[in-house]
Design a protein around this ligand. Structure first.
Ligand SMILES: Cc1cc2nc3c(=O)[nH]c(=O)nc-3n(C[C@H](O)[C@H](O)[C@H](O)COP(=O)(O)OP(=O)(O)OC[C@H]3O[C@@H](n4cnc5c(N)ncnc54)[C@H](O)[C@@H]3O)c2cc1C
Ligand code: SF4
Ligand code: SF4
Length: 686
């Protein structure tokens, strides 16, 4: 490893002058070339277009900010904080993003109570400002992106348990609480969640209004089955408590933040199981695997969850953990989690030929259930689709998906969660490279083709967001859509609540591309494309096969392979104590994106790169196991080169975080170690 003067350390020893030039204005690139930085002119003219179209919001946003501050509500208006609130785990091709919508809100507010959410909503309505309710920003279909800019209301501040009622197996929780935190508190009482998303770091409110299926769904069903009531701020700012018998309660499920902001939820929980056991078996093919799944469900054994991995996913796991053969053969696998007194005794149905890999592998895969996107580290990009399909159709879906991948010279790896005796959720992912825009755009279409295969076979996409709008009629039944539209018209006549999504008709999401995204014609076009996929694949495969990143610095690798899932946000003491997401792994890597894309960052943004406790908590939970700490060092070097090291700021920041009760709670929970971080920062800072 070597250090270049004014540059960054690179594993391959080459330099990184483009990154330095973005920060410093001192460029090793000839000036003429630098001026013609790709996309700069286009960006400027689009900015002009946006200013013309949305300039009217500027005044309202300034008034909103003033009113919010007067009410004591935390406002996040710096560029980096707003940038973060314009993202989720989806990464749309640049061209679509440029043509379709704003991706940065004008302002983000972080209310701390139900009443503060109501104030935010009322003010936005009064001032005519579009708004988006944001949980942890972990959804993967753009549901939380702000297509008109406007305001984002970050629910992360409305967290905590309001009532723990073990005798009635019930808990009342604020909607911004993350599942992992809730689970930890329940555990202390000998209780457990019935179901949770594998994005354990997402919020309870966010999951209720999006997918609602996840771990434990096989035994306990959809999240809506164990939520008995919710409290909501409606689009007019009014307060409603809804029980599961209310029509509006049912409409809220899957409404994707278009009908109001949920602030509280009453959830039924269960006694934590004393015994559990994980079993892993491998079968000869997908059909045998799903035959086994059906027999297991029919056997009424005490199974809490079943997962399936296709052969490509097994190969990927092999690559990631360097498993020696013959522990895992290159064939599909079924992972079975059993619970209760009978768990240890569970056997496989007779007559089914399987191999049983060692128990430690079963435990390893079960432990990795929260990290479906680990493989992205081999990327740097990853795209995919999530489809709910009838169990009987899954083997044929998987076969067609793998074949589609072969046409295009890529390996599509799938894993599946069994949701019931009838349906399974299949997640199919493949590696790509977002730095190659044309290839990335073609791959984005490929992910829609995967969804199309699913709908052909009687399935539906998991959620709508922005990207699955052409498929919305598969996700939302006709009857429910009519109800949603009716209530939406009544409650939000100005269409301010989460605009540009499937209930909305306004905004930049108009014109030919929006029609392409919205209408049945997309389905027709995708169907036609499917017919020529073999030919199209052959033509494009040589040109566009993904190149893995060779010899990137830890900064480049981390920046591009970050899934933006937000797991690191939930454990970051700097964020928890200050509410500034720019201090987290996800935040720092978004700033790094700008630098690597040769976009200048200002001194304030540069300073934020130093705000870190060096506690490694982000690395511990990172979805993709990124080398984050050394990436931060590279970033700090870059920032220091241009603006110097803000020693006093670092010292006061460390002191602020260390003095906060939230930091001490993280120490108490064992999320961070008392030996970690601060000392390192102090040493650096002195
Ligand atoms: C690694 C990974 C694993 C995942 N696993 C699962 C899984 O197992 N099951 C699953 O269903 N999804 C899964 N997801 C997708 C996503 O995490 C879930 O949909 C998640 O629960 C969304 O919650 P969030 O807090 O991140 O919401 P966000 O992404 O912030 O928002 C999602 C939508 O909900 C709305 N919203 C958020 N909070 C509220 C609120 N309080 N009131 C009203 N509207 C609100 C937003 O406006 C937006 O439309 C996964 C994602 C990742 C990255
Ligand atoms: S090292 Fe600690 S403080 Fe720094 S970004 Fe990671 S979690 Fe946050
Ligand atoms: S740094 Fe890791 S944990 Fe954080 S958003 Fe990126 S992938 Fe997720």
């Amino acid at each position: 490893m070597e250090r270049q003067e004014g540059g960054v350390r690179r594993l391959d020893g080459s330099d990184s002058s483009h990154a330095v030039s973005a920060l410093t204005g001192v460029s090793k690139i000839p000036q003429k070339k630098a001026e013609k930085a790709p996309g700069k002119k286009v960006r400027e003219s689009l900015k002009e277009f946006d200013e013309k179209k949305y300039g009217y919001l500027a005044e309202g946003l300034a008034a909103l900010r003033a009113e919010l501050e007067k009410s004591g509500i935390s406002v996040l208006a710096t560029e980096s904080e707003r940038d973060i609130r314009g993202t989720d785990a989806s990464e749309p091709p640049k061209i679509l993003k440029i043509l379709l919508f704003h991706d940065v809100p004008g302002l983000a507010a972080m209310p701390k109570t139900h009443e503060e959410v109501a104030t935010c909503v009322r003010l936005c309505r009064k001032l005519g400002i579009p708004l988006v309710i944001r949980g942890a920003g972990s959804s993967a279909f753009g549901a939380v992106l702000p297509p008109e800019g406007g305001a984002v209301i970050d629910m992360g501040g409305i967290s905590g348990i309001l009532l723990m009622d073990p005798s009635n197996l019930r808990v009342v929780v604020r909607a911004g609480t993350r599942w992992a935190d809730l689970s930890l508190e329940l555990k202390k009482q000998g209780l457990a969640l019935k179901t949770s998303p594998s994005s354990f770091f997402s919020t309870v409110g966010g999951w209720f209004v999006t997918g609602g299926y996840g771990l434990g769904s096989l035994s306990y069903g959809h999240i809506s089955k164990h939520v008995s009531s919710i409290r909501v701020v409606l689009p007019d700012g009014s307060d409603r408590r809804l029980s599961s018998a209310d029509e509006l309660f049912g409409l809220m499920i899957g409404s994707e933040g278009q009908l109001g902001a949920i602030t509280e939820m009453t959830l039924s929980v269960r006694l934590a199981p004393k015994i559990s056991k994980t079993l892993l078996v491998q079968t000869s093919d997908d059909t045998a695997a799903f035959g086994l799944v059906s027999s297991l469900i029919a056997s009424k054994a005490p199974i809490s969850h079943i997962m399936f991995y296709d052969v490509n996913r097994i190969k990927e796991i092999g690559h990631l953990v360097h498993l020696p053969q013959p522990y895992l053969s290159e064939s599909p696998a079924v992972l079975i989690e059993t619970e209760g007194e009978e768990a240890a005794k569970i056997g496989l149905p007779p007559g089914i030929k399987v191999t049983e890999p060692p128990e430690f592998l079963a435990n390893m895969l079960w432990g990795d259930r929260y990290f479906p996107m680990r493989g992205r580290i081999r990327g740097p990009g990853m795209l995919g689709a999530e489809v709910i399909a009838p169990i009987a159709a899954v083997p044929s879906f998987l076969g067609r998906v793998r074949q589609l991948g072969q046409f295009f010279g890529i390996e599509i790896a799938s894993e599946s969660h069994i949701l019931s005796d009838k349906e399974a959720l299949v997640l199919s992912f493949f590696l790509t490279d977002q730095r190659r825009p044309l290839m990335y755009t073609i791959h984005a279409v490929l992910s829609m083709l995967i969804t199309r295969i699913g709908t052909d076979l009687g399935g539906r996409p998991y959620a709508v967001g922005i990207w699955n709008q052409p498929f919305s009629s598969f996700v939302v039944s006709r009857e429910k859509m009519a109800g949603l539209k009716r209530v939406n018209r009544e409650l939000d006549p100005d269409d301010l609540f989460n605009p540009g999504k499937f209930l909305s008709k306004r905004a930049k999401m108009s014109g030919p591309i929006a029609i392409f995204l919205r209408e049945r014609m997309t389905l027709f076009a995708l169907g036609a494309l499917m017919g020529v996929a073999s030919l199209a694949g052959r033509v494009t495969k040589g040109v566009f096969s993904p190149k893995h990143v060779k010899g990137p610095t830890d900064l480049e690798l981390s920046t591009y392979a970050c899934t933006r899932c937000g797991a690191c946000v939930s454990v970051c003491p700097a964020f928890i104590a200050t509410g500034r997401e720019s201090t987290t792994g996800r935040g720092k890597l978004l700033t790094a994106r700008k630098i690597l894309a040769k976009r200048a960052i200002d001194e304030d943004e540069a300073k934020e790169l130093f705000l870190c406790m060096k506690c490694h908590a982000c690395e511990e939970v990172c979805q993709t196991r990124l080398p984050l700490l050394s990436a931060y060092e590279e970033l700090e070097d870059l920032a220091e080169f241009r603006y110097g090291r803000p020693k006093e700021l670092i010292e006061s920041f460390v002191a602020e975080v260390e003095a906060s009760p939230e930091y001490n709670q993280l120490l108490y929970k064992g999320v961070i170690s008392p030996d970690a971080g601060a000392k390192e920062v102090e040493t650096d800072a002195v």
